[in-house]
Design a protein around this ligand. Structure first.
Ligand code: HXC
Length: 250
C-alpha cells in the first residue's frame, strides 16, 4: 500500500508513500490514489481532505519518468487520463481539498496540488512543471490549472522554461496560499476549521468557483501524441541515464 488514509476527526489525510522515488507516481500508486479519492468524495463523514507526501523531501516528484520512458501515444493518453481523474476528483469533490506540500512538487506533483482548493508549502518546497526538459508537456491539468491559479503570463514562463520555484516565489506568484512549518500541522488546522462549516455552503461555493472554462480534455490528447516523437523518447531516457538530453527536433 503506497497511499495511506488517516482520520483526524472529520478530516481525512491522504499520504502518498513511495519515498524511494521521492513519491513519484507509478500506475499502482496513482490508481490507489484515484480509488481513495473516489471513496472520500462519496464519504459524508469526511468533511475535508488533506493530501501530502511521506517523508521530509517530497510531496510528489512527478509522474514516474522511468515508467513513462516505455510508453507509446495510446498508453500515454491512458496514463494522462488516470492522472486527470485524480486531479479532477480533488478539484470537484464536494468538500474542500488541501495540498500540504512538504518538499518537491514537480510535474504531476504540482498538477495534483493545483487540483486542490488550497495549497500550503513548507519552507523547503520546490514546485514546478519541468516536463519541457523531458521533451513532453504537463499532462495532468497543469497547462490549464496553472494559468487559472497564477495567470497566463506566469504559467507560460514556468511551463515553457521548466524552471522550478522555491516556496517564497510560489507564495509571491500565488501558486501557494501560505508557507508554514510543519506544513501538515498548518493544513490540518485549516482543514479542521473548514470541517466545522456548512457542508452544503462549501459544496456550492466550490462548485461556483470552479465554473471557469478550460481545455483539460485537449491537454490529455496532445500529451499522448507527443510520445510518438523521438525527442520525448530522448528526454525521458536521458533522465534514467542521468545525462542531459539531446533534442533533435523530431
Ligand atoms: C522516477 C524519480 C522521479 C520521477 C525522482 N526519482 N523523481 N523516479 N520519476 N519523477 C527517483 C530518482 O531517479 C532517484 O532514484 C530517487 O528518486 C532520488 O532522486 P534523486 O534524483 O537522486 O534526488 P536529487 O538529486 O535530490 O534530485 C531530486 C529531483 C530529481 C530534483 C526531484 O529527482 C528530479 O529532477 N526528478 C524528476 C522531476 C521531474 O522531472 N518531474 C516531472 C516528471 S514528468 P534512483 O533509483 O535513480 O537513485 C511528469 C508528467 C506528469 O510528472 C503528467 C503525466 C501524464
Amino acid at each position: 500500500m503506497s497511499v495511506l488514509v488517516d482520520r483526524h476527526d472529520a478530516v481525512a489525510v491522504v499520504t502518498i508513500d513511495r519515498q524511494e522515488a521521492l513519491n513519484a507516481l507509478n500506475v499502482e500508486t496513482l490508481t490507489e490514489l484515484r480509488d481513495r479519492l473516489h471513496e472520500l468524495a462519496d464519504d459524508e463523514s469526511a468533511r475535508a481532505v488533506v493530501l501530502t507526501g511521506a517523508g521530509e523531501r517530497a510531496f510528489v516528484a512527478g509522474a514516474d519518468i522511468k515508467y513513462m520512458a516505455g510508453l507509446g501515444p495510446d498508453e500515454a493518453k491512458e496514463w494522462g487520463g488516470l492522472g486527470h481523474e485524480a486531479a479532477r476528483l480533488l478539484e470537484e469533490m464536494p468538500k474542500p481539498t488541501i495540498a500540504a506540500i512538504n518538499g518537491f512538487a514537480l510535474g504531476g506533483g504540482c498538477e495534483l496540488a493545483l487540483g486542490c482548493d488550497l495549497r500550503y508549502a513548507s519552507s523547503n518546497a520546490r514546485l514546478g512543471q519541468p516536463e519541457i526538459d523531458l521533451g513532453i508537456v504537463p499532462g495532468w491539468g497543469g497547462t490549464q490549472r496553472l494559468a487559472r491559479v497564477c495567470g497566463l503570463g506566469v504559467a507560460k514562463e514556468l511551463i515553457l522554461t521548466g524552471r522550478p520555484v522555491d516556496a517564497e516565489e510560489a507564495l509571491r506568484i500565488g501558486l501557494v496560499n501560505a508557507i508554514a512549518d510543519p506544513v501538515l500541522e498548518h493544513a490540518l488546522g485549516v482543514a479542521g476549521k473548514l470541517a466545522g462549516k456548512s457542508p452544503g455552503a462549501l459544496r456550492v461555493a466550490k462548485g461556483l468557483l470552479n465554473l471557469s472554462p478550460g481545455a483539460l480534455e485537449l491537454e490529455a490528447e496532445e500529451f499522448g501524441d507527443l510520445f510518438a516523437s523521438e525527442d520525448a523518447k530522448e528526454g525521458l531516457a536521458a533522465f534514467a541515464e542521468k545525462r542531459p538530453p539531446r533534442f533533435l527536433g523530431r
